[in-house]
Ligand binder design. Structure first.
Ligand code: SAH
Length: 410
């Protein structure tokens, strides 16, 4: 296995510029946040800054991609934009609504890669789960995305494009017809391994001229990239979720190999620094419950101790929130979901220790859209996908009618 910190060379944001018929490259405006778009208008087009604001609204509020339809721009500017720019959105390759209102899209990112995006409506809120990479370079043992290997980082346009596709589908208008209220960077990939593009994309999500989401309604979830948590604290202001899954280093290193590089104590120290910058808000710790692996009272007590120490250090009782996620199975996994009684007991133990704890109920599992089930199409540049397929085939040959999983790429 390659070390968790290593990944194949990521592509730069604008590696694949659009081509107009004459062959000149055009800037994809979905690639730019407000500051970038203002610079493009002033420096490249020689136009006033407020023109950039008009165009942002056309793109993100009205979902218009043709400059001809941007009727409050003069004819000359529209022609100039046609020459130098484009609004290129991801192609919907496939979409699937779930019985519970969840909606999943498979979005083509280039000829050989596609990622998944999921919309989850829930009493008064609409949450979009957005992907940050094609596949994932980490190899968390219980995550379906890991079995697909890794191809590349998504560009800003490809991340913002996921929000654009969902917002258009929902008829979302910020501040008026608000259907999309929250974004979680919890789709495919490790967002902190694609730092610059993710931060720029989140800035469009939070901009009034973009999707107008409040800072705390944009959540970035990380498997624990410690140095990047610090950078995030310096450069952005969003909610942080941390995928913990075990409070103990030995177990966590087995589940989340990145823990060998950044063990629990270092991770908690980084979370503490992040929380100090964002007084009054809390950090969510995600904990996927797997039968017989990390769901016993002893694990709950370790977690409670860790969470209380975190709260004490920050002198805030609710500095940490725990989100328990019952494991979502996928073909070929060796893990199983915890029994309902164990999930309840685990939550009770934490609550009794004074730790704010919720159980995240699975949504969209009839369309494989639940946490850890996103797969997309990854032209794998590691050997992981092939290894996993071989494992799966061998296992099926040995146990033709068997239900049990295999030891996923372990
Ligand atoms: N790489 C980021 C983003 C992925 S978020 C991160 O690790 O945080 C997806 C969340 O679902 C993470 O907490 C992840 O650990 C969890 N998860 C992954 N596979 C899962 C599965 N099969 N069942 C339930 N949760 C899972």
């Amino acid at each position: 296995m390659s070390s968790p910190g290593q990944q194949p060379r990521p592509s730069t944001p604008d590696e694949r510029p659009g081509r107009d018929p004459a062959g000149a490259s055009r800037r994809n405006l979905l690639e730019l946040d407000r500051a970038g778009l203002e610079r493009f208008f002033v420096e490249t087009l020689g136009e006033k800054r407020f023109r950039a604001h008009q165009v942002m609204k056309w793109i993100h509020h009205r979902h218009v991609t043709s400059f001809d339809d941007m009727t409050d721009l003069g004819k000359a500017l529209r022609a100039k934009l046609e020459t130098h720019a484009e609004v290129r959105v991801p192609q919907v390759q496939f979409e699937k609504p779930s019985a519970d209102g969840t909606h999943k899209w498979l979005l083509a990112m280039d000829g050989s890669n596609a990622v998944e995006t999921v919309f989850i409506p829930d009493k008064g809120r609409g949450t979009l789960c957005v992907s940050s990479q094609v596949g994932c370079a980490l190899n968390c043992q219980f995550c379906s995305t890991a079995t697909q290997g890794f191809n590349r980082n998504l560009s800003v346009a490809e991340i913002v494009g996921q929000v654009w596709v969902a917002a258009r589908h929902l008829g979302n208008v910020p501040h008026r017809e608000r259907r999309l209220t929250n974004v979680v960077m919890m789709g495919m990939g490790e967002p902190l391994m694609n730092f610059d593009n993710v931060v720029a994309a989140m800035s469009v999500m939070r901009d009034d001229l973009g999707y107008g989401l409040a800072n705390k309604r944009v959540t970035l979830s990380t498997a624990g990239m410690v140095p990047m948590i610090d950078r995030l604290g310096e450069e952005s202001d969003v909610s942080l979720a941390v995928s913990l899954h075990a409070a103990d280093d030995e177990l966590r290193s087995r589940l989340v190999p990145l823990n060998r590089k950044y063990p629990v104590a270092e991770l908690m120290a980084a979370c503490e620094r992040y929380a100090r910058r964002r007084r009054g808000s809390s950090i969510t710790f995600e904990y996927t419950l797997m039968k017989g692996v990390n769901d016993q009272p002893v694990h709950a007590r370790q977690l409670a101790r860790l969470m209380r120490a975190f709260g004490n250090a920050l002198q805030a009782k609710d500095a940490a929130k725990v989100n328990l996620i019952p494991f979502n199975p996928f073909p070929g996994t060796r893990f199983e979901r915890s029994a309902e009684a164990d999930i309840r007991a685990f939550q009770r133990l934490l609550l009794d220790a004074g730790v704010l704890t919720m159980v995240r109920r699975t949504r969209g599992d009839d369309i494989d859209a639940a946490c850890g089930q996103l797969k997309g199409q990854v032209a794998d540049r590691t050997r992981r996908q092939a290894e996993f397929r071989r494992h799966l085939a061998e296992h099926q040959a040995e146990h033709p009618a068997g239900r049990g999983g295999v030891d996923a790429a372990a």
